[in-house]
Design a protein around this ligand. Structure first.
Ligand code: GLA
Length: 460
């Protein structure tokens, strides 16, 4: 008897109401697969554990607390286990791409300016094996349901719980625009250790990890610039967000203990060493403005209109004195938006100089100035983000703090010295919880390398 039928039978025997045994059985299968991936154990072991829990009649949510202890699996072990549990075979290709911190250069990227970011040591891992039957199967540890799409048909935008597949699909749709071939059928799995919705750009990470996997599967090896361009193309044209190059550029060019500098007009990428005593702390508020996508697009539009009114194609072409001269021709709102961008680009230059001389105090002041400009001129901050920045910059171990990413909710990033630790972070989180009745997640983020292929049999 197939596993599903056996489970349906068991659920019936255990007293599942009529008509619900099949649903319960399917949930058990899904949970076993997830649990196997999360714990890095064989799916059979996870299923055995779940059945014991069920048969012994324990109440409450099925948890993994009583699974035999194993060392926390590495991400490579997790993706291999998840792939095996889902597809019953080993992957041929494994790739990973990191999330990113926006260090400074807020909304400067699509205005043709400069920006600094850091790849972190967390990200999205993708595993893939080719199939001969022309089916493309997608599975993620976050979604728990295999999505099957025939390779022959044009990519279609999915909604609801399947919408994560739009990222790899967007990459498939982008490849021909770069003169590249798309893989035919394959089994695909993704796992992530990036906090979701923390403004650390899990979307760029899945785009780049997917892009690299699809290129490996078709034995194509374009430049890193092309890989980054493919990710951005997917985001702009398939997912539908008019973002700039920051997220994909940092995920592609990241380097441990370095920042990534991007001159977005080229685009041109470089890495800048980060002083060893610099630390990043991320405070994720879990708040998100209901209209965040629309507000991002609105800022994009306002910037383009301001550039047009100033007689240039992009705001990066406007110097601070030129903006002062053209100010009378702008509406008050357009002037505020333009001032943020023009001054923010100048702050990126100043940050480069401060970093070159190892001056973290000056760097931190520039980060905080960037936040104040978001708060008052670009108006993409929120009371929650402002509260965190105020609380952080009041501490002597903090060099500076700012919102990171698009804004309108999300996360604050603090640049600190080594004396800032869990205790200080907890105090800030407590103060926030006292005011907003919701505790932010705190992450001490370490820098990491950019997108890469991992040999399936390499050590973690
Ligand atoms: C988001 C976008 C980036 C960039 C930032 C703001 O993260 O994806 O391209 O515009 O916002 O700087």
């Amino acid at each position: 008897m197939a596993e599903l039928e056996q489970l349906v039978e068991l659920c019936r025997k255990l007293g599942a109401p009529p008509g619900q045994a099949a649903t319960m059985a399917a949930q058990l299968q899904k949970r076993a697969t997830q649990l196997a991936g999360e714990r890095g154990v064989a799916r059979e072991a996870a299923m055995k554990y779940l059945l014991e829990v069920l048969v012994k009649g324990r109440h409450g949510e099925i948890s993994a607390d009583n699974l035999p202890d194993r060392p926390t699996p590495s991400m490579r072990e997790k993706i291999v286990a998840l792939f095996h549990a889902t597809y019953g075979r080993a992957p041929e290709i494994i790739t990973r791409a990191p999330g990113r911190i926006e260090f400074i250069g807020n909304h400067t990227d699509y205005n043709g300016g400069t920006v600094l970011g850091a790849a972190i040591d967390r990200g999205v891992w993708v595993a893939l094996a080719r199939r001969a039957d022309g089916q493309r199967l997608f599975f993620s540890d976050q979604a728990g349901e295999v999505v099957a799409l025939p390779a022959g048909s044009a990519p279609i935008k999915l909604e609801g719980p399947q919408s994560w597949v739009n990222y790899p699909q967007g990459v498939l749709a982008a490849l021909p625009a770069f003169g590249l071939r798309v893989p035919a059928g394959f089994d695909y799995a993704a796992v992530s250790d990036l906090p979701i919705g923390a403004g650390l750009s899990s979307s760029a990470a899945i785009e780049l990890a997917s892009g690299l996997a699809f290129l490996e599967a078709t034995d194509q090896h374009p430049s890193r610039e092309t890989l980054v361009g493919i990710g951005k193309h997917a985001e702009n044209n398939f997912v539908g967000v008019p973002c700039g190059i920051l997220d994909q550029g940092v995920s592609g060019f990241g380097r441990k203990d370095h920042l990534v500098f991007i001159d977005c007009r080229g685009p041109r990428f470089a890495t800048v060493p980060l002083p060893a005593e610099a630390h990043f702390w991320i405070f994720n508020t879990h708040t998100k403005h209901a209209l965040v996508d629309g507000l991002y697009a609105a800022r994009h539009r306002e910037c383009m209109e301001a550039a047009k009114a100033l007689g240039v194609s992009l705001l990066a072409d406007v110097s601070p004195p030129a903006l002062a001269r053209g100010a009378a021709g702008l509406s008050p709102v357009a002037l505020k938006r333009a001032k943020h961008i023009v001054e923010e680009i100048a702050r990126v230059d100043a940050t480069m100089r401060a970093l070159q001389s190892g001056d973290l105090a000056a760097t931190g002041q520039l980060l905080t100035a960037s936040h104040r400009s978001s708060q008052h001129l670009f108006e993409n901050s929120t009371p929650e983000l402002d509260f965190l920045v105020d609380a952080l910059v009041a501490l002597p171990q903090v060099h500076g703090a700012r919102l990171t990413g698009g804004g309108f909710g999300g996360a604050v990033m603090a640049l600190t010295g080594p004396a800032f630790g869990e205790a200080q972070a907890a105090n800030v989180a407590d103060a926030y919880a006292g005011k907003f009745r919701n505790r932010p997640d705190v992450l001490h983020a370490l820098t990491g390398n950019g997108a890469e292929r991992i040999a399936p049999d390499s050590q973690p």
